[in-house]
Each structure stands twice: as C-alpha cells, then as structure tokens.
Design a protein around this ligand. Structure first.
Ligand SMILES: O=C(O)C1=C[C@@H](OP(=O)(O)O)[C@@H](O)[C@H](O)C1
Ligand SMILES: C=C(OP(=O)(O)O)C(=O)O
Length: 504
C-alpha cells in the first residue's frame, strides 16, 4: 500500500445536474441550533431530560463529547431519543480538554458551563476553527470573576479556570467572592429588583456570544445582566431562539432594552422535547425546486419557529418562486424554467442562508446584492471571500463589499469548486451544480457538520428529474421520496446554460 502524498487532491463529488424540474419530498434532520441549545440546558437541568429527534452530526457529537467530559451522562444509543442525566448541583469536571471541532455553538456555549467546573478546562478545536472569534464570551466570563487564559488571542485554544458551583442561587454575589457587583440599571424602577452582575460585550461578530452567556446565566449564583455594546447584532432570530428555549424551561429573562437581558438565577426545569427539523438544512432543497422550476415538499415544517431557515420562504418569493405551508408541509413551486429574479437583500438576521441564496443569485436573471453579512467572514471560513472566489471560478461575476456580495449572473462553465471545510459551501455548490453541468465539489464530506449524508439525499432527489418521468420511490433512511405525477407539468430540460441563453 502506498502512503498518501501530501499534495494528493481531495476526492471530489460530481454534483448531479437535473434533467428537468425536480418533484420530491425531503424530511430533513433535526436542527443543529436547537439540538445544541437543548443539550446545554439539559446539562444544567434539575433532573434527567429527553430530546426526541435530535440532530446527529459533527456539531452535535462535539457538543455531546464536550458535555460528557464535563461530567454529564448522555445516552445517544438511539437515534431518535437522547437521554441526558445532568450532574445536578455538583460542579462540572475539571482537568479535561474539550474538543470543539468546528462548532461555533460548542466553542461559545460551553465555556460559560466550564466556569462552573471545579478547576481548569481546556478548549481546543479543528484547525479551521482556530480563527473564529470567541473573545467577547471569554471577556464576559472574566467580568464575572472567572480567569481565562487565551494569551490575548480571543480564539481557540484557551483555558477557562472554573470556580465551581454551590453558592446559593440568588445570593447576589458575583461568581468570584469579593468582586464588586456593578449596580443594576433596573434599580431605577422602584421595584428593587435583585442586583444582577452586569456584563457588557460587543457581539457584533456573532450572536452566539449573547446566546452563550444567556444559556448559562441562570446557573450563576446571582444571574446575569448582559448588555450588547456593539452597533449591530447579527442573527437576531438565533437570540430569540435562545430566549424561547430558556422560557420553556422556566428561566426568567427580562429585556430592559432591545440589546440587554437580565437572566435571573434559578433552576433549569427538567424537560422532554421534540427537536424541530433544521430549516437551514432544508434551504438547498427548496432552492432546488426554484432553480429547476420544479416542486419540493418539506414535511414537519413548524407553524411558528425562531429558526432563520423559515425566512427562506421570503427570499424564494422575492426571487419569483411560490411557497405554501399546509398541514405542516412546506411546498416550494419554482417558476417555469426555473426563472428567478435578482434581489437586493439584507441577510443580517439570517446569515447562515447566504451561501444558498448566493447560489440562487448566480443563476438568476439580473444582478443581486446581499448585504448585512460582514460577520460571515468569521464563520467556518471567510464565507464572503469563499463565495466570491467560487462564483468567479464558475464564470459569473462576484464582488465582495464590506458587508456582503454583489453577484452578476453569466453563462456558467464547468468547474471544480472548493468547500473550505464549510458545509454550506458544499450546499452552495450542489445547488449551482443542479443547473450547471460539470460542477465538481471538493471534500463534500464537510456537510457532516450539520447534515451527514446530504450528498446522497441530494443525488436521489436530483435524479428524480432525470428523463422527465416522475416515479414513486423512497430511499429508506434518507427521508427522501419522489412525488407521483399529479400536476401534469411537462418535465422539460434542466435549466442549463443553453436554456438561459434562449430565455435572454
Ligand atoms: O446560535 C446559533 O445556533 C447560530 C447563530 C448564528 O451565528 P452567528 O451569529 O455567528 O452568525 C448562525 O450563523 C449559526 O449557524 C448558528
Ligand atoms: C455559522 C454556522 O455554524 P456555527 O454554529 O459553527 O457558527 C453555520 O452553520 O452556518
């Protein structure tokens, strides 16, 4: 057997090109953001908790690994039901190393738990995660009296020197005995609210800094009064998601201003919950219906949700597709020929949709401007540079702006696309490849961060368009089924470069 040489090119995946409009149904796996929030809350809960239909992926496996090493017992032997036994009033385990992988939710949400360990906890991660900002979370912990060693970098690796649990809840003491509590603004109300230790951070680089401190805040002896000091706060629906899960487990949070939160000390009520499907993982499939002029159904779509993926409906409608939500299934109908309009959108609240929206913009008729997503430079990769580079490689125009991208569609050429260890770059490539022949995708396995097997499911769905003959089929375990012919639409050729030329 020959040893691999360092310059061997990574294996590529040939993104399948649709031969016509797709017509299918995909049941997507559980939400990453919700699974990891519920796991963190279960670790702090006052009794055993159960998660139904959690996501099993690299990000959630890293969260499970992190919590286990801190002393939380988690049974993940069943795919559909994970049971968590928290350590109750005991401090989390110290002297351990937490591997965050590539997960922003692990590197940001777990350090505030490590503050409740009885000594140091080291945090490390995947090499692609070493540039991702964590500093404001660490500064927040320092403001509460917890020592953190990060050699001034504000990134992985770092060590949180936990100071243990066991002080009475509501004791109005900061974590470290002897540190003065900053008087709380709520004291002006005349109601004499408890003095909560005040922490000011700039979360303009990631909403996860806010979510991290809010999730753990009620387990701190005096709670927490968190204030965001920066000019923008991205991904607001994710902060709303944090507030909603906290509310469901009985944690009291009030919001004196739109960018400050008072988390009152108190127990996290044990829970048994159903994890919603990941609507951001559904986004590429919805986009597939739009670019091929086909139809895609996603069952299990929540009637109300804080997931940003819900906003994909607005994006698709703005670009010319039609969406309808009926009896828990979202259906997207692409416009004939997959024709899409260019758009000018602020995606600041739904930044994680940007790669898929960029794919739509690349094949639209007319230029697009995507704004409000400067913070994507600190995601799995610098997503603005990565998208601009790969769009240019495909032959279309892309220009990075300080807070987004300008995209100019053009006839696309075959290309080998890089994914930069970024699951959503692979999803971007899949959507473009569905209508542009000859797209090869490097390291497609990177989708395992949030959607292991995405490429297999994708290929099954795209193949449903092949030959233009819809059939009833299902790929067991993949959650895929192909709709039966019901609407009599003709299955024309895929939305190819040639077809776009004709439409011009
Ligand atoms: O809290 C969360 O679960 C997330 C918040 C967002 O992070 P940013 O605010 O850093 O964009 C989002 O992009 C990420 O995928 C998940
Ligand atoms: C930014 C993302 O992930 P993370 O939770 O690692 O920040 C994402 O999934 O698009």
């Amino acid at each position: 057997m020959t040893a691999p040489t360092p310059d061997v090119a990574p294996p590529t995946w040939a993104a399948p090109c649709a031969a016509g409009p797709v017509d299918g149904q995909v049941r997507v796996p559980g939400s990453k953001s919700l699974t990891n929030r519920w796991l963190v809350l279960a670790a702090l809960a006052d009794g055993p908790c159960t998660l139904h239909h959690p996501l099993r992926s690299s990000d959630t496996e890293h969260m499970v690994g992190a919590l286990r090493i801190l002393g939380v017992r988690i049974d993940t032997s069943e795919d559909d039901r994970w049971v968590v036994e928290p350590p109750l009033e005991r401090s989390f385990t110290s002297g351990v190393e937490v591997d965050c992988g590539q997960a922003g939710t692990v590197m940001r949400f777990v350090p505030p738990l490590a503050a409740l360990a009885d000594g140091p906890v080291r945090f490390v991660g995947h090499h692609s995660a070493l540039a991702r900002p964590v500093g404001p979370v660490l500064d927040g912990l320092r403001a509460l009296g917890v020592a953190v060693d990060d050699e001034g970098r504000g990134t992985l690796p770092f060590t949180v020197r936990g100071i243990g649990r066991g002080r009475p809840a509501g004791s109005a003491q900061p974590l470290e005995p002897g540190r003065p509590t900053v008087p709380d603004a709520g004291a002006d109300s005349g109601l004499v609210p408890p003095a909560l230790p005040r922490v000011r951070i700039d979360a303009s680089a990631s909403s996860q800094f806010v979510s991290a401190l809010l999730l753990a805040g009620s387990a701190y002896p005096a709670g927490l009064h968190l204030e965001h000091t920066g000019s923008v706060l991205p991904s607001l629906p994710h902060v709303q998601m944090t507030l909603e899960v906290l509310d469901r487990v009985g944690v009291v949070v009030d919001r004196p201003t739109p960018t400050s939160w008072r988390v009152h000390p108190g127990p996290v009520r044990a829970f048994e919950i159903e994890v919603e499907p990941d609507l951001s993982s559904a986004a590429p499939f919805l986009a597939l219906a739009a670019v091929t002029g086909g139809r895609m159904c996603v069952p299990g779509w929540p009637s109300a949700t804080s997931q940003p993926g819900e906003r994909m409906r607005e994006v698709l409608e703005a670009m010319g597709a039609r969406t309808e939500l009926a009896v828990g299934t979202l259906t997207v109908h692409g416009a004939p020929g997959g024709r899409l309009r260019g758009v000018d959108l602020d995606l600041g609240e739904v930044g994680e949709l940007t790669p898929v929206v960029s794919a739509l913009a690349v094949v639209a008729h007319g230029p697009s401007r995507l704004r409000g997503v400067g913070h994507l430079r600190g995601h799995e990769t610098d997503r603005l540079t990565a998208l601009a580079t790969e769009i240019t490689r495909l032959g279309a125009g892309a220009r990075e702006t300080p807070d987004g991208l300008e995209i100019e569609p053009a006839p696309l050429r075959p290309a080998r696309l890089r994914t930069y260890h970024d699951h959503r770059m692979a999803m971007f490539a899949a959507v473009v490849g569905a209508v542009a022949p000859g797209v090869l995708v490097e390291d497609v396995a990177t989708v395992g961060k949030t959607y292991p097997g995405f490429d297999r499911v994708w290929s099954t769905v795209v193949a449903s368009a092949e030959g233009g003959v819809p059939s009833i089929a299902s790929a067991a375990g993949d959650g895929v089924s192909i709709n039966s012919p019901s609407d009599g639409r003709s299955k024309g050729p895929a939305h190819t470069e040639l077809q776009r030329e004709e439409e011009r």
